[in-house]
Design a protein around this ligand. Structure first.
Ligand code: PDD
Length: 279
């Protein structure tokens, strides 16, 4: 695999970053994951915009040329011959001797990109079977709208889900679901799609934005508000969205079946519309 590091395209085993990188020492970095279907990037503009926002919120002043970033994404898709897969992009505040204070503003950022081939990404069997989730308390920090590389808690959440024989965890704060470990969470009740409103408590999903726009265009009702675990358990349908899973049905929560226990028709329709419109 060929990867990108700070201006160079290299074989992955030759790519190096400093042990003093602030991404490594302080999780002082931001990232994006963009999907590729049939060799085409899905919603790059949305990811580029959110990357800039994450950097601005953290006072990361390095100038990132988004047109150049798009070219790097395309080049990696080309050289690695990616048909379906993901592109991971990470930008950190760069390398400097360990100090809690940020380094000088002219410290060059570390920019890393790599591809992950995922043949048949849009034909995941999970779209037919649906996924099982468990609920866990949301113990992340308070600025979840910034896409930082601080992913230990979501990683612990996935492990907990796996230990319980489930596929993912939904995080809960003050009785309400915030989001999944790496996706936005939704329920459908009496034809209304409910998903948590935007704020600092959740990541502003790029897929979420597109899916809600398509839902409204299709005259579906959308309610952006917090919902409780009890509401979710009594819902007709449940699902998640993310760049890597698109729109994915959830069929059980904490071992309790949702609706019929099979993927619902709203989620199936949204997945179909999303994939049709975006690819
Ligand atoms: N995760 N919420 C969280 C906490 C996420 O990490 C993600 C994305 C999302 C969905 O956002 P989007 O639709 O822009 O992908 C919501 C990526 C895919 C990841 O960490 O792999």
């Amino acid at each position: 695999r060929t990867v990108y590091v700070n201006g160079d395209y290299l074989p992955e085993d030759q790519a190096k970053v400093s042990i003093f990188d602030r991404g490594f020492l302080f999780a002082d970095g931001v990232y994006e994951v963009t999907s590729v279907l049939d060799g085409k990037l899905i919603d790059f503009a949305g990811h580029a915009k959110r990357l800039q926002r994450s950097m601005d919120e953290l006072d990361m002043t390095a100038a990132i040329d988004m047109d150049e970033l798009l070219e790097i994404h395309r080049e990696l898709v080309r050289v690695n011959d990616i048909t379906d897969g993901l592109i991971y992009l990470q930008v950190t505040r760069g390398a400097a001797d360990r100090d809690f204070l940020y380094p000088a503003e002219d410290t060059p950022p570390t920019v890393v990109l790599f591809t992950q081939a995922k043949p048949g990404l849009a034909d995941s069997p999970m779209a037919e079977t649906g996924m099982k989730v468990v609920t866990i308390p949301d113990r992340r920090w308070g600025r979840r709208d910034i896409k930082t590389v601080q992913l230990l808690y979501p990683s612990m959440g996935k492990m907990e889900a796996k230990a319980q024989g489930a596929d993912d965890a939904w995080m809960v704060e003050e009785g309400a679901v915030t989001e999944g470990t790496s996706n936005n969470a939704y329920i459908v009740k009496d034809g209304v799609i409910v998903t948590r409103h935007l704020g600092e408590e959740i990541l502003h999903g790029i897929t979420r934005k597109a899916v809600l726009a398509f839902a409204r265009e299709a005259q579906m009702k959308v309610d952006e508000r917090a919902f409780t675990v009890e509401e979710a358990l009594a819902a007709d349908e449940a699902f998640v969205t993310s760049a890597s899973s698109f729109v994915m049905p959830v069929v059980s929560i904490d071992g309790q079946q949702i609706g019929t226990g099979t993927p619902g028709k709203t989620v199936a329709r949204l997945r179909e519309i999303y994939l049709e419109e975006m690819r």
